[in-house]
Unconditional design. Structure first.
Length: 256
């Protein structure tokens, strides 16, 4: 579907956002321009570092921050402030999130469980430059429990990574493994991980990160089963209902 067709589709009299009917904005025009894709420069990690969920450690200090602040669906009463950073080396990619939050809950503890119902941060990425619409979705709740699939076609063609593969992802989190009851007061939580490229190569070609190499990706925050449901993205996703599995709306990662 081309972009003009897509705009015609979403200009129908009624559409759905967050499960509730909502009339389209009066200002919606067929010639409205899609926002420019977000771009992030991925710095190279020069020396090894501990994975400890410490946002303020020296290795991350000068790394550019990713702002995850575009909402899908109904905007929640409380808006979490979500940031991330990313680095790479010859064998791994590294990501850290910081979330200034309320209404935090994390109860899922099984690998590939419904972690997105919890307070959760997500990184969807296409490591094969030649196949930008095929991607991994790595979702980790605030308690550090991961889900990761390799998706060839959203919702219909995908492979779940096995537990012994998932264990290769080194994860650190600032909150306990289980957060229940929900934390309603303000709390800042962090989550950091290292993803080995060798694990990805079982499922996909991986264009080796190096200066000038481009991957497509998006970063998200959610919490669909908390008392403050939220669906937040880094790159703009043009869809009336929350749906992160739209790789045509991924932003651009440029390795430095």
């Amino acid at each position: 579907m081309n972009f003009i067709s897509y705009l015609l589709l979403i200009s129908l009299p009624v559409f759905f956002t967050g499960g509730e009917p909502k009339a389209p904005a009066a200002s919606k025009q067929l010639n409205e321009v899609k926002p420019a894709d977000a771009t992030y420069i991925v710095s190279r990690l020069k020396k090894s570092m501990p994975i400890d969920a410490n946002w303020d450690k020296p290795q991350w200090k000068k790394v550019e921050t990713i702002k995850i602040e575009k909402y899908m669906g109904t905007i929640p009463p409380f808006k979490p402030q979500v940031e991330a950073k990313m680095m790479y080396d010859q064998d791994n990619v590294y990501v850290i999130f910081r979330v200034k939050d309320r209404f935090v809950k994390s109860v899922v503890q099984e690998y590939n469980g419904n972690v997105s119902g919890d307070s959760c941060v997500e990184f969807f990425f296409s490591p094969d430059t030649e196949q930008p619409l095929k991607y991994f979705n790595l979702e980790i709740n605030a308690g550090g429990t991961p889900l990761i699939y390799y998706v060839s076609k959203p919702w219909t063609e995908f492979a779940k990574l096995k537990n012994d593969e998932i264990k290769q992802i080194e994860i650190a989190h600032s909150l306990p493994s289980v957060v229940d009851p929900e934390i309603t007061e303000p709390v800042t939580w962090t989550l950091e991980y290292r993803v080995p490229l060798s694990m990805l190569k079982t499922y996909s070609n991986v264009t080796q990160p190096a200066p000038g190499v481009i991957w497509k990706a998006n970063f998200y925050k959610t919490g669909s089963r908390t008392s403050n449901p939220n669906y937040i993205t880094w790159n703009f996703v043009d869809n009336p209902k929350p749906n992160f599995h739209l790789p045509q709306f991924f932003g651009t990662l440029i390795f430095k």
